[in-house]
Design a protein around this ligand. Structure first.
Ligand SMILES: C[S@@+](CC[C@H](N)C(=O)[O-])C[C@H]1O[C@@H](n2cnc3c(N)ncnc32)[C@H](O)[C@@H]1O
Length: 190
């Protein structure tokens, strides 16, 4: 696996902890690339995929159909702040890929306050040993403020319960996306 950008890094972090029969979540399914990655990772498990945009749900459904993995994915046109309403027991991984739907209006972009709330809730929904990944974009309007909110909410998590990584590219121009990965610790390992 190459690690060319924050999205590929998020896949790597998820791949390290997920087992084939796990339940995993894509909080922002967009055009379905991350959902397809998750579906391939859990051939005996389930993927719950969310997006607030109907276009995103349609695009993801088409991609999953094309690749023959629709049967293990449930799609919900839903705000990611409401994920907890759909999670009955802790999941292995939750992926957030913030920003706007590529190819659509920038009005579809995630909002700082909503993303902060959603991530704050999501870290409570992963099992010990699981991970929440957040790809943050700083290049569009509202992106820097949203990224700051994600830093604030994740940096404040107890180090007895979570390990929080920020992975950034220091020598790239044009504000490349960065990754925040929140690992829920197992037992009393800190
Ligand atoms: C960068 S795109 C996601 C890309 C996607 N993961 C992929 O692989 O194609 C961000 C997505 O977040 C969605 N979004 C914006 N606000 C949201 C919210 N409150 N709840 C859920 N999704 C939201 C947008 O509609 C958009 O599709």
């Amino acid at each position: 696996m190459s690690l060319r950008n924050a999205v590929e890094l998020s896949h790597y972090c998820v791949k390290m902890v997920v087992r084939p029969d796990d339940t995993v979540i894509d909080a922002t399914c967009g055009n379905g690339h991350d959902t397809l990655f998750l579906a391939r990772l859990v051939p005996e498990g389930r993927v719950l995929a969310f997006d607030i945009s109907p276009l995103a749900i349609n695009n993801t459904a088409a991609r999953l159909e094309e690749h023959g993995v629709s049967e293990r994915v449930e799609l919900f046109q839903e705000d990611f702040r409401n994920l907890r309403d759909y999670v009955k027991s802790p999941v292995a991984a939750i992926m957030f890929n913030l920003g706007y739907l590529p190819g659509a209006s920038r009005e579809t972009a995630t909002k700082a306050e909503h993303s902060r709330q959603a991530v704050e809730r999501a870290v409570k929904l992963v099992r010990p040993g699981g991970v929440v990944t957040v790809v943050c974009y700083r290049g569009h309007q509202g992106g820097p403020e949203e990224t700051s909110e994600i830093f604030a909410v994740t940096a404040g998590l107890s180090q007895k319960e979570f390990k929080v990584l920020k992975i950034d590219f220091l020598n790239q121009v044009n504000n490349p996306p960065l990754l925040v990965a929140v690992y829920r610790l197992e037992g009393d390992r800190a």
